[in-house]
Design a protein around this ligand. Structure first.
Ligand code: ADP
Length: 391
């Protein structure tokens, strides 16, 4: 089965073509376009390129297209990408303005460009469908809840992969298989001790998720991608009282406050240096105290959420680091794990320093919990879910 995974931004289009079989997945082509003004044109160009390169003989050979959609109004899961999906994305366009409109548009374009292909959307919120209700509510008036304000969670594709892969690494094939089949069968029951994972997706945007037996029990991201840990340029969690106070004191409009919280907040806003951890770390080493404080704030926030889920899970079998920062930033990993021996989490400094952008167990022999680095591969996760849905 040929599955094209479409990654759509407001001015970008990237794709990977997977050849999927029961035994595995192979990337047979990839490409992308930046500074896109006409998405229909670049989609058509990409399909031409695939034919010119001899990857496919005709666009009809693309069996399915997968979309990593973010947030739908009254819609989640792994679903056929149709008009209902477009409506759900547009219904929450203002909650995820960088993500929802390009995907709604992209689904429309692919419906026209590949009329015979099956289009599938995997919502980032899908992984959080089974979170207990008590932990998705905000204490807000009923009318606010009725317009859909609650915690949703994001990075679902990434954390689901961690749920599958960490169970495999821990030799729990029963849990791994249940995690793989989660969107088809729902949560499974296990007689044996529950497998308890805390997954840290630390990248351009970041979140921490607690996972029991392959199913998310809670996540740091809430209603919008503006929540949880400090992000690249986005604020993360903020007391709702701060917004009206800042607007009045600084004399700024709601639109300007929103702009500042999405573009000038996060690691960028706090450090005043950069939104990239590499630059911030360099500045901190050179003695910049704001940069040092930014790193400490991020580490504090990661530990805060790890602690929350360790308590809810009643302990931890594996702590996992993934995405750009989690895979590469060895000092941050060590700082996150500092002083957690009493909870059975002990990092091996040498193994940690030796591990960069590859899968590894970096826990010390005396650690009762494993500490894993697992590279993220969201396109692969998407291809697998589309394949599972259609097979
Ligand atoms: P996105 O969330 O946009 O997909 P990534 O997961 O690639 O982004 O994460 C981006 C972040 O990862 C950057 O801010 C950078 O700080 C960090 N990062 C990426 N590569 C490295 C590296 N080689 N060393 C240290 N940090 C890195």
């Amino acid at each position: 089965m040929n599955i094209l995974i479409a990654n759509l931004g407001s001015t970008s289009f990237k794709y990977r073509l997977f050849r999927m079989e029961a035994g595995g997945a192979e990337v047979v082509a990839k490409g992308g376009y930046e500074r896109v003004e006409d998405h229909a044109q670049v989609i058509s160009d990409a399909l031409d390129n695939l034919q010119n390169d001899g990857i496919i003989n005709s666009p009809d050979e693309i069996d399915a297209v997968g979309f990593k959609t973010v947030l739908g109004k009254n819609l989640s899961g792994c679903v056929t990408a149709d008009q209902q999906t477009i409506d759900a994305l547009e219904g929450f366009a203002e909650v995820a303005p960088a993500h929802n409109p390009p995907y709604a548009n992209g689904i429309r374009q692919f419906t026209k460009a590949l009329p015979k292909a099956q289009l599938v959307a995997l919502f980032e919120t899908a992984f959080y469908q089974w979170i207990p209700e008590a932990s998705i509510n905000y204490a807000i008036p009923k009318a606010w809840r009725e317009i859909g304000i609650r915690r949703y969670g994001f990075h679902g594709a990434s954390h689901k992969f961690i749920a599958e892969r960490s169970a495999e690494l821990l030799g729990r094939e029963d849990v791994a298989e249940a995690a793989r089949r989660l969107y088809l069968d729902g949560p499974a029951d296990f007689a044996s001790a529950p497998l308890r994972i805390v997954s840290c997706h630390l990248g351009g945007s970041s979140s921490v998720t607690g996972i029991r037996n392959g199913v998310a029990i809670g996540t740091s991201m809430g209603f919008s991608p503006q929540s949880g840990l400090p992000q690249n340029n986005r604020v993360g969690d903020l007391d709702s009282g701060a917004l009206p106070y800042a607007m009045r004191k600084l004399g700024i409009s709601l639109e300007e406050a929103e702009r500042q919280l999405t573009k000038e907040g996060g690691l960028q806003g706090l450090s005043g240096v950069s939104n990239d951890i590499r630059d911030i770390s360099e500045a901190a080493e050179a003695g910049n105290s704001d940069a040092r404080l930014t790193l400490d704030t991020l580490i504090h926030s990661i530990r805060h959420w790890i602690g929350a889920y360790m308590l809810e899970l009643g302990g931890i079998d594996a702590l996992v680091f993934t995405a750009g920062i989690g895979e590469n930033n060895r000092d941050l990993r060590e700082a996150v794990c500092r002083g957690l021996d009493g909870f059975g989490i002990r990092i091996d400094p040498e193994k940690n320093q030796a591990c960069r952008a590859r899968e590894a167990d970096i826990s010390a022999d005396a650690s009762t919990a494993k500490i894993f680095v697992i590279p993220a591969n969201e396109e692969l996760i998407l291809a697998r879910e589309v394949y599972r849905k259609l097979s």
